[in-house]
Design a protein around this ligand. Structure first.
Ligand SMILES: [Zn+2]
Length: 204
């Protein structure tokens, strides 16, 4: 497995082009983010694990995801973020479709959490035309990441190698809450928390 570093940690030239975007935490803590879903099978194991570690995470959910499990996420003290209504590439949608998808998902999140949704992450992490103005209009912030675990593509060993190499203070880490990662997510999270302990890193 040989991935260029820029595929894992967004380089400065990209970060500097999107200065309004959140790339890392401001206080040195780590933030776990889980994209997609929620699917019952994967959400259940992730929530259980987070509870044992007393870690609060941010779940970027699709509006098509399981609503009961969105409630469980909120009840677990975690935050829901917007990952559009379904997981279509924004590239293939027009501005109106994207905005509808964003607002519809915000409404679901608000109904479930009782408060407005603050954070947005586009599917595949790909920005689209008009994204900045949609954020202004809705008062939301784009949150990308500073460590992409590649859990959706690689096996546990390879993902752990990535974590080991790049974990450090302030990182916003992307994991996935979906059916591709459900069988490996717990060993990956265990490994991550072990590395955090070794290095004195904490989540907020
Ligand atoms: Zn996604």
């Amino acid at each position: 497995m040989k991935l260029p570093e820029s595929f894992i940690v967004p380089p400065d030239y990209i970060r500097n082009r999107f200065t309004e975007t959140i790339w890392e935490t401001t206080d040195g803590s780590l933030l776990f983010t889980f994209d997609d879903g929620p699917f019952p099978e994967s959400t259940e194991v992730i929530l259980e694990w987070l509870e044992t570690k007393r870690i609060h995470a941010l779940f970027f959910v699709n509006g098509t995801g399981d609503r009961e499990w969105m409630k469980e996420i909120v009840q677990g003290g975690h935050t829901l973020g917007n990952h559009l209504f379904n997981h279509r590439r924004a590239l293939f949608m027009n501005g109106k479709e994207i905005e509808d998808s964003l607002l519809r998902t915000n409404q679901i999140i608000e109904d479930i959490s009782g408060k407005g949704c603050e954070y947005f992450r586009p599917p595949y992490g790909i920005p689209f035309a008009g994204m900045g103005s949609m954020m202004k209009k809705t008062g939301m912030k784009i949150m990308m990441w500073s460590l992409l675990s590649w859990d959706f593509r690689y096996n546990t060993k390879n993902v752990c190698e990535i974590i080991n190499r790049y974990i450090s203070a302030g990182k916003i880490i992307v994991f996935h809450n979906n059916l591709q990662t459900v069988s490996k997510i717990i060993p990956i999270l265990e490994y991550t928390s072990l590395q955090m302990e070794k290095r004195g890193l904490r989540c907020r």
